[in-house]
Structures are given as C-alpha cells and as structure tokens.
Ligand binder design. Structure first.
Ligand code: NDP
Length: 276
C-alpha cells in the first residue's frame, strides 16, 4: 500500500494520508499510535493542546522506524502565540515527542483577537531556519488571516489545516490558499461523526458500488481532490480500513454526488470568533 507523497511549497514532501490523535486519551496514545504505525501509517498529526505528545513520542521511539521515514506534525497552542513564548513551546513539544525536530509546525488557530499570529510567524521562520521544524504552516486561517500574513511577511505557509468534510467543503477558502501555493489539510475529514455522513445515499451508493465502507468512500473523496488528511480512530480495525483506500477510485459521477452534499455545515469552532 503506497501512500502518495505531496510536495509542499518549500520542497519537502508529506504523506497524503496520515493518522490524527485529537481526543485520544494520553494513557491510550502509545498503544493506539503503535497500532497505527504497525498498520503502515507514517504521518502522525498531534498538537500541544491534545496533551498526548508524550504517548506519540513513546510509540515513535519504540517502533524502531527510521526518523526519515516518519512525518510528525504538532501545533502551537493559542496561549503560547507571541515573540517570546513560541520558541519555548516548540522546545517543550520536542522534548515530549522525544524528537530533535518535527516535520511540520502549525499555528493552531489564528485568534485574530490576540493579534499575535504575525509575530508568531516570524519566530516560526527562525525555528525552521534552525532545523527545529522542516516545514511551517497554519491551521484554521481564513482568507483575511492568510492575506495579512502574506502582506506583512511575504511568506506563504506550506499548509492550511482546516475543517473539511463533504457537508463543509470550503471551496472558496481552499481555492484562495491553493492559488497562493498553500496545500490544504482536512481536519474532521469524517465530520467527526457529528452528522449522519455515512448514511447519506450518495456515500452509501458509492460504497456499495465498490464493495467498500462509507468511511473509505469519504477518504477517497478527499484523496482524489489532492487534500491531505489524517482520520482518527481508536479502533485498530477502523484505522486499518481507513488506510486501505488505494484499491479503488470514485467515478466523476460519484465524486459529483458527494460534492453535492456541501451545505456549509461547520461542526467545530469558527476561527473568526473562537476565544479558547
Ligand atoms: P474525524 O473526522 O477523523 O472523525 C473521527 C471520528 O470518526 C471518531 O469518532 C472515530 O471513532 C470515527 N471513525 C473513524 N474511522 C471510522 C470508520 N472507519 N468508521 C466509522 N467511524 C469512524 O475527526 P477528528 O477531529 O479526529 O479529525 C482528524 C484529525 O484532525 C484529528 O485527530 C486531529 O489530528 C486533526 N484536528 C485538527 C484540528 C485543528 O484545529 N487543527 C481540529 C480537529 C481535529 P473511533 O475513534 O471510535 O473509531
């Protein structure tokens, strides 16, 4: 099973399909990430805010997989944004992960009310220059946040990690970012189980046609658009199924039917107004 590699605007590559660990209990994380690595996942998406970087790090160390075959993302929590606080936050994440660098470091939310993401980004560039992270990017940035970053720093983030699933397809934001050379990462790619995505007739029909599960259809829908994703599951069986998505292809008609499910249904926080 070969996961496609996507080349980012800084020349580094990222496995298009990975494993996300949001809401995985810290005591369970080592075992669950070990399962994911055994299944074949090589891209792990965590964050300081998830509280489980240590478990991720233990699983990576125990796996014996060479560092250059792993892709690890973590994220700077909102309270740590700023010229003085960003570097220590990454150093703490690296210590917990047991790594000397991550592959991708993200500003977790723009928090426009704090007005610190531009200053934070300048530190991100230094950290990248020093090799503490290979690539740098953002998460939950809307168009004005991206535009301001580009205008004030001249830099273009490697990725924007945004809420993205069939009922919230984010066409405009994606097109804007991708026009600048920013790759889109989907969070909540399965809608976080918060609406009946897997029972939708468009998904069920495609699943039956290909003899696969609804979740596998949704993952293919993301992959075929060039989106990077990392569905989360605590179940070894479901994480294996989520990784077994390279043996079929959705037709244009099936893709169009799933595209038709977009109804602007946000299941998470709105980046313009979030204050956590
Ligand atoms: P997902 O859309 O990946 O959904 C996860 C849910 O789907 C869980 O309830 C899981 O249950 C269930 N599930 C997984 N696989 C299957 C399957 N094959 N069949 C049925 N149900 C399934 O949501 P996430 O929020 O976890 O998003 C993925 C990742 O994105 C996160 O883990 C995190 O890394 C990142 N993220 C980033 C955010 C940001 O602000 N940047 C915000 C939120 C997430 P079970 O575990 O029981 O299988």
């Amino acid at each position: 099973m070969t996961v496609p590699q996507i080349t980012l605007n800084d020349g580094h590559t990222i496995p298009q399909l990975g494993f996300g660990v949001f809401q995985i209990d810290p005591p369970e994380t080592e075992r669950i990430v070990t399962d994911a690595l055994e299944i074949g996942y090589r891209h792990i998406d965590t964050a300081a805010a998830y509280g489980n970087e240590e478990g991720v790090g233990r699983a990576l160390a125990a796996s014996g997989i060479p560092r250059d075959q792993l892709f690890v993302t973590t994220k700077l929590w909102n309270a740590e944004q700023g010229a003085e606080t960003t570097r220590p936050a990454l150093e703490r994440s690296l210590a917990k992960l047991g790594l000397d660098h991550v592959d991708l470091y993200l500003i977790h939310w723009p928090r426009p009310d704090l007005d610190r993401y531009v200053a934070t980004w300048r530190v991100f560039e230094q950290l990248q220059g020093e090799g503490l992270t290979r690539s740098i990017g953002v998460s939950n940035f809307h168009r004005p946040h991206l535009q301001r970053l580009v205008d004030e720093t001249g830099a273009v983030p490697a990725v924007n990690q945004i809420e993205l699933h069939p009922a919230f397809a984010q066409h405009e934001l994606r097109a804007f970012g991708e026009g600048l050379g920013i790759r889109t990462e989907a969070w909540g790619p399965l809608g976080q189980g918060k609406y009946d995505l897997f029972g939708d007739p468009a998904i069920v029909r495609a699943a039956q046609a290909h003899g696969v599960t609804p979740a596998q259809v949704v993952i293919r829908w993301h992959l075929q658009q060039g989106v990077i994703l990392f569905p989360k599951s605590v179940s070894r069986e479901r994480m294996a199924a989520n990784f077994d998505v390279f043996g079929f292809e959705l037709t244009d008609a099936e893709t169009a039917a799933i595209d038709g499910l977009d109804r602007g249904l946000r299941v998470g926080a709105d980046p313009d107004t979030a204050t956590f």
